[in-house]
Design a protein around this ligand. Structure first.
Ligand SMILES: [Zn+2]
Length: 85
């Protein structure tokens, strides 16, 4: 299937609420987007999990109002524990 057709179909599913892209991964050192193969779109390196930032994505709807859900509304390193206040 051509890439453009696949992208269009995925966007249709996302708009219909069937597919939510709730999280986005970035390379902590240059804010490059991480592709499905785990490489950074900016520098091209294979990014280890310890260097990944997790951010709310375009499909994120705020989910619950518990401590963990609220903590996940801002960028954080993937492997760092969420600390209470
Ligand atoms: Zn990078």
């Amino acid at each position: 299937m051509p890439r453009a057709v696949l992208a269009e179909r995925l966007e249709t599913l996302r708009e219909a609420g069937v597919l939510a892209e709730t999280r986005v991964f970035q390379h902590a050192q240059d804010a490059g987007t991480i592709g499905p193969d785990g490489t950074c779109a900016t520098c091209g390196s294979a990014v280890p999990p310890s260097d990944l930032l997790v951010l709310p994505g375009p499909g994120y709807d705020g989910e619950g109002d518990d401590f963990v859900s609220k903590s996940l509304t801002t960028a954080h390193r993937l492997l760092e524990p969420i600390r209470g206040r």
